[in-house]
Design a protein around this ligand. Structure first.
Ligand SMILES: [Fe+2]
Length: 226
């Protein structure tokens, strides 16, 4: 599998370009609208055909490039069914499988950061969005976030994947790029807490709202076209 990790300076968001080496079919995961020219250049330089753009959730901090990428390339856009994003081509649920050349993308529902979060498992790599971050996890204080649900998601659905699975997060604020399930099980301080301690900890985070929340959430409900 080809994996390229791309960074958005304004929001510390990672976008991923993944592709099957043989057929050159490709997918973007969490593309950011303001980076569309950079990302389309890379796609064309690598000779890839974009089949999907997939969002891990309805983002609050940036606007998705999904609608614009669909217009420019004819790809299909996918996001969780529970988000009720009417413009999306694929309303994804647990267990969906998206073929990408010889690869397959398994859709895993990982709610908690928001109620409609998905992770994508491809070729021993897990793209976790904001569910599991490196040595951390997504906040749970808006968009129907739920700390208990996030704890259960990570312990029961994410940490049960093989230890060597590579974790590619949706953000990192400390310059880290990737991790593994084994490493996070052993060293993620939040997930070493008991469920009750985790609930208490998440309550005390007191983070400011993302700068773009009022604009990004409604725009992302329209595939970034509003
Ligand atoms: Fe998020």
């Amino acid at each position: 599998m080809i994996v390229r990790q791309l960074f958005d300076y304004d929001t510390w968001t990672y976008t991923y370009l993944i592709a099957d080496k043989k057929t050159l079919e490709a997918a973007f995961i969490d593309p950011v609208r303001t980076n569309i020219d950079r990302d389309l250049s890379l796609l064309s330089e690598l000779g890839l055909n974009l089949k999907y753009t997939l969002d891990t959730h309805v983002h609050a901090d940036h606007v998705t490039a999904s609608g614009n990428l669909r217009e420019r390339t004819g790809c299909k856009t996918g996001v969780a069914k529970s988000n009720e994003v009417e413009c999306a081509d694929l309303a994804l649920i647990q267990g969906d499988i998206l073929p990408l050349g010889a690869l397959k993308i398994d859709v895993i529902e990982t709610p908690g950061h928001t109620s409609g979060c998905l992770s994508y498992y491809v070729d021993e790599c897990l793209f976790t969005g904001d569910s599991l971050l490196i040595r951390g996890c997504g906040r749970t204080d808006f968009q129907q976030g739920n700390a208990g649900e996030l704890y259960d998601t990570i312990q029961k659905k994410i940490f049960t994947l093989p230890e060597k699975t590579i974790v590619y997060p949706g953000h990192d604020y400390h310059g880290r790029i990737l991790s593994t399930i084994g490493e996070e099980r052993r060293h993620n301080p939040r997930l070493k807490l008991t469920r009750d301690q985790f609930l208490e900890f998440m309550k005390t985070l007191n983070l400011p709202d993302p700068k773009l929340i009022m604009e990004a959430v409604p725009s992302n409900q329209s595939c970034g076209r509003a």
